[in-house]
Design a protein around this ligand. Sequence first.
Ligand code: ARG
Length: 566
Amino acid sequence: MIDFKKEAAKMLKQHIADVQESEILSMIEIPPNPNMGNYAFPCFKLAKTFRKAPQVIAEELANYIKPNTYFEKVEQAGGYVNFYTHKATLVHETLKDVFEKKEKYGSSDLGRDKNVIVEFSSPNIAKPFHIGHIRSTVIGNSINRIYKFLGFNTIAINHLGDYGTQFGKLIVAFKRWGNAEEVKKNPIPSLLKLYIQFHEEAEKEPNLEEEGRMWFKKLEEGDEEALKLWQWIREVSLEEFNRVYNMLGVSFDSLAGESFYSDKMPRVLKKMEDSNILEESQGADIVNLEPYGLPPALIRKKDGSTLYITRDIAAAIYRKETYDFYKNIYVVASQQNLHFEQWIKIIEMMGHDWAQDCIHVPFGLVRLEEGTIATRKGRVVFLEDVLKKAVEKTKEIIKEKNPSIENLDQIAEDVGVGAVIFQELSNNRIKDYTFSWEKVLNFEGETGPYVQYTYARAGSVIRKANVVLDHEINASLLTDDVTMEVIKAIQQFPEIIIDAQRKNEPSIITRHIIDIAQTFNRFYHDHPILVEDEELKKARLAIVYIAKQVIEIGLYLIGVKSPEKM
Ligand code: ARG
């Protein structure tokens, strides 16, 4: 792809002897309004050197640079030289780029030899995978795909919440009131019931809490009965989670959860002791974070057992030693901001300068229209149910639109699940938002189904045309405003991906796919494709092809499928 900005810098350099080309390049701006050109060179800084008014310098430069294959117009406006890219060249270059790179368009080797850990999902076993968990899963999956697409070596980790006092409680509850058959039949709901029962009973019988703590202690010490029960609970929970991951098309490279670090604790605690940051407080060990304006962190309880935060410190050290990461990313709700601030600070206090490479990527809450989510009270919305409902509803909509469609089940799954994912990734991740069926499944709004439908329609036009597609077409047939909008959106796509990666913000891609779909639909509405004129037909088909290709890549990067028909 031609770097138009660089070409502009080269041309300017020929007439500005005193400034380096690289500096000229860095001065070039992108005007907010394309009426002012695609690139603009401000001449204000040159006024002193040249002892001339900026307008005069701009005028002289604009006069020197004649229209050429890169820029069809070069104009002075105030103190700026405005460059207008040569439309047909831009069309030709963009087509060529997409046709050549196909599903790799926009990918790069930016991240070559760099290991990036993306930790996401991380549900708690024996607890439902609820709609709140979908955010981490879906955002993290997309971030993982984006980094990979840009050449990073990614390691997707599911830091399962499979350890801690709650498992002591669960063991107690199971031993007292549990029934293995029931748990096997309906794992999470019945484990959840036991957990709730524990808390109800504990209000009447306070020593239950103590018993729970004792059983967790046993688990940490490797007690056989405790281990066996815990392992079994973990297994049945994972089976349920895997069903959801399959539906979402999500997979992990590692399931090293909290329990994975249990035998790594002594060494980590020793390291913390050696770096003199542990303080004793009422028999427990804490780290004083007051100098950093943070509350103290409890690292080891009186009875010697460790905590969530201790396991995060151990996990980070283990990951650095095992993967020598370039970045260690955590996709975790913003409710845990303080937790991440605390332990990342502790890593820094231990003398690890890589603390700054541990990055918490927070996100806001999901609210459900009907009410809130609360495991304790038992009013839970299970993610699996939400996805199933999305698929069911989609099936009805598609059946109505297209009664004779083949493969309805698969398509309804791709569209229904895709709709939920798409909606999740439509807004800035940090924003709280309300989940609404109407918004999710609207085929005409800025939704997944709308984009997928655009994709399928492009495919059907190409199938109908039944010609060999090629980028060697007459590009001057494609320089009208509406078509140029499509071209520009597609040409920007590679930069959009990099922007999304830098900000760890998949919604940047989602918004851009919507943009491509909308401009494409305007193009499709204004320009009949399958026209008599062969040359024109082939030119327009080339646009259909690249729009379809780029939508597919974009959907892939946010974890959404692209069904060929719907
Ligand atoms: N299991 C935790 C929860 O559901 C999230 C874990 C986040 N990851 C971490 N490394 N702390 O709240």
